[in-house]
Design a protein around this ligand. Structure first.
Ligand SMILES: [Fe+2]
Length: 389
């Protein structure tokens, strides 16, 4: 039989044009720290100015922290939290993609707790202190990928140790998330694809981890896999297609968050995050794509039925003669069709000599012992070798 366990306390404001509600919705404070990336894109696109205007209409003062980098780092979290405390901010807003929203969530922890962020990391070299409270978090998304808008996670890199770790604590569930697909129309094709596949992997990995236990998880995952496999090629073809952007945002930012709020993703994400921690120039979705094909070929013998289910959600009929191949076939077809199959790691500075460290950090430092199937160090080495080009 199945069970249901769920906790999704975020108020979601979703739909084209809904950013305007920022002027009238009840917000969790009077002075916000606004976290944005350091590339100036939000300002250039006019989104940052619009957000500031809407907040002003709502009677909220804003302080801006705009130095965040692609794989967000502990130093920025600490600097931003310091600024928020100095300026007397009572809540934090993440504007943009996963990098700025995750930074905002980590800043929320450090606005209400002493020490440094790594004191509260629960894996790797973290000190594993509990997080009992955080400042309220509001998110305004301009991407469809991480699901951070509706889940209790943030992923931050410690530059000193090269660790890229998850922080998963209930106080950083956003209290309010604005998901307006109109803000996603300008997203470049490459990022659209990397984030779209990131979203596909979240819901697929969660489906695998769940093993058909929590009924709601299966409902969310199936809907999201179907939506992404239908609409990702459309949005890759035409980034201005608002209907496609809307479906992708729904699957990634709402369903993707809900699934991750229920169960963990798999070691696919842990290996990819290790690569991202060691090579900060590699965006998250890209690191997942590097190893995806080889990873699922390895896992298909371990969870054949679940992988065949995922393949069927994507329109590929299972082949009893080759159990588990359904998802591998569906995935590689989607990667091929959108031009992201066989992406060369070598062009991003990753060398075969780095594989040993990737394997060791994945298994010994972050750890994958919680996973329900066993993937050995040799298996991970095989995946990396097979993926290399
Ligand atoms: Fe991810």
């Amino acid at each position: 039989m199945f069970v249901v366990d769920t906790y999704t306390p975020t108020r979601v404001v979703f739909g084209p044009g809904r950013l305007n509600d920022l002027a009238t919705m009840e917000l969790p404070g009077k002075k916000a720290l606004l976290c944005v990336m350091g590339d100036g894109l939000m300002e250039k696109l006019g989104i940052q100015g619009r957000v500031l205007e809407l907040l002003k209409k709502n009677g909220v003062e804003t302080v801006i922290y705009d130095k965040i980098i692609v794989n967000p780092v502990q130093t920025d979290v600490m600097n931003a939290a310091e600024l928020a405390k100095k300026e007397g901010c009572d809540f934090v807003i993440g504007l943009g993609g996963g990098g700025s929203v995750d930074t905002a969530k980590a800043v929320a922890i450090m606005m209400r707790n002493p020490g440094i962020l790594w004191d509260y990391a629960s894996t790797g070299t973290g000190s594993r202190k509990p997080v009992k409270e955080a400042a309220p978090v509001v998110t305004i998304s301009t991407t469809s990928g991480t699901g951070t808008e509706t889940d209790p996670y943030c992923v931050i890199t410690n530059e000193a140790t090269q660790e890229k770790l998850d922080f998963a604590v209930d106080p950083i569930y956003p209290v309010l998330s604005f998901i307006d697909p109109e803000l996603m129309l300008t997203l470049p094709r490459s990022l659209t694809l990397y984030q779209g596949f990131d979203a596909l992997f979240h819901v697929s990995e969660c489906y695998i981890s769940n093993e058909n236990s929590n009924r709601l998880l299966d409902v969310y995952s199936r809907e999201a896999v179907e939506v992404i496999s239908k609409w990702l090629p459309v949005v890759a073809q035409d980034g201005n297609n608002l209907e496609a952007r809307t479906w992708m945002a729904y699957a990634a930012d709402i369903l993707g968050g809900y699934t991750q709020a229920i169960v963990n993703t798999t070691s696919h994400h842990i290996i990819a995050q290790t690569i991202g921690g060691m090579f900060p120039g590699v965006t998250h979705g890209l690191s997942l794509l590097f190893i995806a094909e080889a990873y699922y070929k390895k896992v298909k013998a371990l969870r054949p039925q679940l992988l065949d289910d995922l393949g069927e959600f994507m329109g590929i009929k299972a082949d009893p003669a080759d159990p588990g191949q359904g998802f591998v076939t569906a995935l590689t077809e989607l990667m091929e069709r959108t031009g992201v199959r066989h992406l060369p790691m070598s062009e991003y500075g990753i060398k075969p000599e780095d594989f040993r460290r990737i394997v060791d950090l994945t298994v010994d430092n972050t750890g994958i012992e919680w996973e329900k199937y066993t993937l050995t160090k040799d298996d991970i080495m095989d995946i990396l070798k097979e993926s290399y080009c």
